[in-house]
Design a protein around this ligand. Structure first.
Ligand code: KMH
Ligand code: ZN
Length: 314
């Protein structure tokens, strides 16, 4: 496993995502202004990477509007030195060829790349809500009972080829153990070359469960497949967020927080901003492992990123 020379921890903040819907929390940023403001505050709190989705400003529905992506990315880029990592996952309901368009349009330093198809069952979250702000929300969530989040080997070949063509370093999102073998296949096919930056995603309904033993197992399989040519971050969905990100940091890994993955700061208490979660993660990393947050410059050096000035939103 690769580590930064300083031993510092890469904190990523996923500001809004496409999992939670506006009725679940009044603090979920949905307009371009809210997303930009939260991203800037999260970077000031210690996040070196901002994972970016956009939403319809009127309804909060996840969209792949490339003009919106460019506007939001440009505004964050003007105000911070943070690494902007647009999603190629979009909403699980979107087609891969639509989702990847953000890469040629924005030419970002990083983006996400999802390593395999899974069920993506968001519908249980609808059980706790009676009064919806928007009609699309219950329909969107209920629709995931029959959803397959598609990432076939052909999709992976196209996605990884597009990223390579644009010198974009992917955060390789791994929802289950089999996805590590998918990645090994991609390496064997020459669709991607090490070093690899993985992101273990635990606790999605359809992916590997949010059990600490599973994180340890994912790392041990990654060690056996990729040796010293990989680094990893971790996402814990929902209430597992801080348990698993703290475990990740104690294992030499990195951490992703943000309202895309979890709406709460602690049991029963909604996070009132993304920055609150970043601040908590910075504290936990220091208290548990004596590790400080990595700067965007350190991360660029470590991951071999092309620099903010080489993006299309400069
Ligand atoms: N939705 C998260 C569980 C992506 O956007 O490409 C993982 C993610 C994937 O953020
Ligand atoms: Zn995402």
């Amino acid at each position: 496993m690769r580590e930064l020379p300083s031993g510092n921890v890469i904190i990523t903040c996923a500001v809004t995502g496409a999992i939670h819907t506006p009725s679940m929390s009044p603090y979920l940023p949905v307009t371009p202004e809210e997303i930009v403001d939260d991203a800037i505050a999260a970077s000031e709190a210690g996040a070196a990477v901002i994972h970016l989705h956009v939403r319809d400003p009127e309804t909060g529905e996840p969209v792949t509007d490339l003009d919106l992506y460019e506007d939001v990315a440009a505004r964050i880029h003007r105000e911070t030195d943070v690494i902007i990592q647009p999603t190629t996952g979009g909403a699980p309901t979107m087609a891969p060829e639509e989702r990847v368009q953000v890469v040629p349009r924005l030419d970002p330093e990083m983006c996400s790349c999802n390593l395999g198809s899974i069920n993506f069952g968001l519908y249980p979250m609808a059980e706790n809500i009676d009064d919806w702000k928007y009609d699309w929300e219950p329909e969107y969530l209920e629709g995931t009972t029959t959803l397959i989040f598609q990432n076939t080997f052909e999709d992976l070949k196209v996605m990884l080829g597009t990223m390579e063509d644009h010198n974009v370093v992917p955060s390789l999102e791994c929802y289950d153990v089999g996805h590590l073998y998918n990645l090994q296949h991609c390496v064997e096919q020459g669709w991607i070359e090490p070093p690899l930056h993985l992101e273990f995603v635990l606790g999605i309904n359809g992916g590997i469960g949010a059990d600490p033993d599973n994180l340890s197992h994912l790392k041990s399989i990654a060690d056996s497949l990729f040796g010293d040519s990989y680094s990893f971050s971790t996402i814990g969905a929902g209430r597992s967020q801080f348990e698993l990100t703290t475990q990740s940091v104690s294992m030499g890994g990195h951490a992703r927080v943000g309202l895309e993955d979890n709406l709460y700061l602690r049991r029963g208490e909604l996070a009132e901003s993304n920055a609150e979660q970043v601040e908590k993660m910075v504290d936990l990393a220091w208290e548990v492992s004596g590790r400080k947050p990595a700067s965007p410059g350190e991360v660029r050096e470590f991951l071999g990123l092309k620099g903010g000035e080489a993006t299309a939103f400069d």
